[in-house]
Design a protein around this ligand. Structure first.
Ligand SMILES: N[C@@H](CCC(=O)N[C@@H](CS)C(=O)NCC(=O)O)C(=O)O
Length: 202
């Protein structure tokens, strides 16, 4: 069974996935589809596989897998050798988070250069908002008030942040199921105990 990797020849995140695929002996299973994707113009090929419009995405028999860390986690589950167990796993994950965070910032340098050249902050913001709205809609069928795992906690923190910083985005519009989910989980003691600071903001 081959997997499709949505990729680009100069993405460090794709390169990381490819290195890991070679290290685990899984590279032969990958068929690459090269895409060009930016925050303003996400590659149309990605619409069905990643609402963020970002690469890498691995399309498996069970559906799309992203981001790069989760793809590595899948390789590890199948072939091992990438993430040890216990405290050593945390050490690996923390070093991975640092390296990935540096990659993120390095890619942002490039994006800032383009942003200055093209003077397109408004288009960037519009693209980011579009990605956030698509992401929330993507998650709607998976929401369940009876569960509150790490994925749900991350989503609840995002929604609280949008309400605090960007109420004008009106993320609930067209996402009534997500709005109802948030109204329910917002009542959890963990959410109540951790409210953001009230305005005025500095
Ligand atoms: N956290 C993601 C980051 C991936 C990422 O930043 N990919 C860039 C290409 S190097 C991208 O898709 N950019 C398009 C965008 O920001 O919309 C991962 O680890 O896979």
């Amino acid at each position: 069974m081959t997997w499709t990797l949505y990729a680009s020849p100069r993405s460090p995140f794709v390169r990381k996935v490819m290195i890991a695929a070679h290290e685990t002996g899984l590279a032969g299973r990958l068929t690459r589809i090269e895409v060009v994707t930016t925050p303003m113009t996400p590659a149309p090929e990605l619409a069905a596989v990643n609402p963020l419009g970002m690469i890498p995405v691995l399309l498996t028999e069970e559906g799309p897998v992203f981001d790069s860390l989760v793809i590595l986690d899948l390789f590890d589950e199948i072939a091992g050798g990438l993430f040890p167990k216990g405290a050593a796993r945390r050490d690996t994950l923390t070093r991975h988070a640092l390296a990935n965070g540096m990659m993120d910032k390095a890619v942002r340098i490039l994006d800032e250069q383009f942003r200055l050249q093209n003077d397109d902050t408004a288009q960037h913001v519009a693209g980011y908002v579009r990605a956030i709205r698509s992401g929330i809609r993507w998650l709607e069928p998976m929401l369940d008030e009876a569960r509150f795992d790490a994925g749900d906690i991350a989503l609840a923190a995002l929604m609280a942040y949008l309400d605090m910083r960007f109420p004008q985005i009106l993320w609930r519009e067209g996402a009534e199921r997500a709005a109802a989910w948030y109204a329910a989980v917002e009542k959890r003691p963990s959410m109540q105990a951790t409210a953001f600071a009230e305005p005025p903001f500095v």
